[in-house]
Design a protein around this ligand. Structure first.
Ligand SMILES: [Zn+2]
Length: 307
């Protein structure tokens, strides 16, 4: 058995080694001071110690213009103030929903004004909190067609490279709007564009929008994970993996050509140091790291097959 997961350590923080999700219904308080009502199935803690590490609190902050970060040290959640309602990007974990909304309030906004919650991928660490956030705000969740499958079931899609890890997270039962690649969500002064970035999951979607301060405007990209990681026995080089490899290639082309003045990644450390990257060509560098990790991964699979 080759060390499939460690191959994907294309950044120290990219390890993201998943594990079977452990339900810990007795935990009323997880690290980071995020409290959860244990009787509420939508906020019951999942993810054990890894989740607690990801949920280490950081203060909410404005990054540019109408755009803010309201997530955690190891999981990004963005907030866009469109002037006619708020938009969240990603939902972190079930147990962190209250902390996300507290961060929104701390910035002076009312969570009831959240109209949409955009999802990057149907995995527990980014979508686990969507059900509670949608219920508590009345917002509509937005995802790709393939992304919706996982959000509706609270489980990996049947072709997900991480399927064998098992586990589940709260399914979204409230309305979900499906958006296609390049489709624009207009709200207030914002125009948020869906950017299909398949590979990590086939439903992965990144989101981009422009934020302005006076006459200065910046293109912000909230990128879905491009980590070529899987459960142990999965092979990206198999017939089942072929659409994923093709998906990654498509995603690299998309990332390479996107206007990208500021990059937010679903796990902040995947963008480099800090909570986001404002470096030149940050999206290209992000794609390049994944490209190299996938090449390494495929080479390891080939070496393993010829043993
Ligand atoms: Zn994932």
């Amino acid at each position: 058995m080759i060390a499939m997961i460690t191959i994907a350590a294309w950044l120290a923080g990219m390890q993201q080694t998943p594990f079977p999700i452990v339900q810990t219904p007795s935990a009323a308080l997880v690290a980071g001071g995020v409290s959860a009502a244990t009787e509420d199935p939508l906020t019951r803690p999942i993810g054990g110690s890894r989740a607690a590490e990801w949920l280490a609190p950081v203060p909410p902050e404005r990054i540019f213009g109408n755009s803010y970060l309201v997530g955690f040290a190891g999981l990004s959640v963005a907030l866009i103030d469109t002037g006619d309602g708020l938009v969240l990007v990603d939902g972190a974990l079930p147990q962190s929903a209250a902390a996300v909304l507290a961060n929104v309030r701390a910035l002076g906004f009312d969570p009831k004004d959240i109209k949409f919650i955009l999802s990057t991928e149907p995995h527990w660490d980014h979508a686990g909190g969507l059900a509670a956030l949608a219920r508590d705000t009345g917002a509509t969740v937005v995802a790709s067609k393939r992304g919706v499958e996982g959000l509706r079931t609270g489980k990996h899609a049947s072709d997900d490279p991480q399927l064998a890890y098992g586990g589940s997270w709260p399914a979204v039962t409230t309305p979900i709007r499906i958006m296609k690649d390049s489709e624009v969500l207009p709200l207030g002064t914002a125009r948020i564009t869906a950017r299909a970035t398949p590979g990590h999951t086939m439903g992965s979607m990144s989101w981009s929008w422009q934020a302005c301060e006076g006459k200065t405007c910046k293109e912000i990209v909230f990128a879905a994970s491009l980590n070529p990681v899987s459960a142990d026995d999965y092979r990206f080089s198999s017939a089942a993996g072929a659409p994923f490899v093709a998906g990654f290639a498509r995603s690299y082309r998309t990332m390479d050509r996107l206007k990208c003045d500021m990059l937010i990644t679903a796990h902040p450390d995947n963008a480099g140091d800090g909570r986001f990257s404002a470096k030149t060509a940050a999206c290209r560098a992000y794609a390049e790291r994944s490209r190299q990790a996938l090449a390494k991964r495929l080479a390891a699979e080939e070496a393993d097959a010829t043993k």
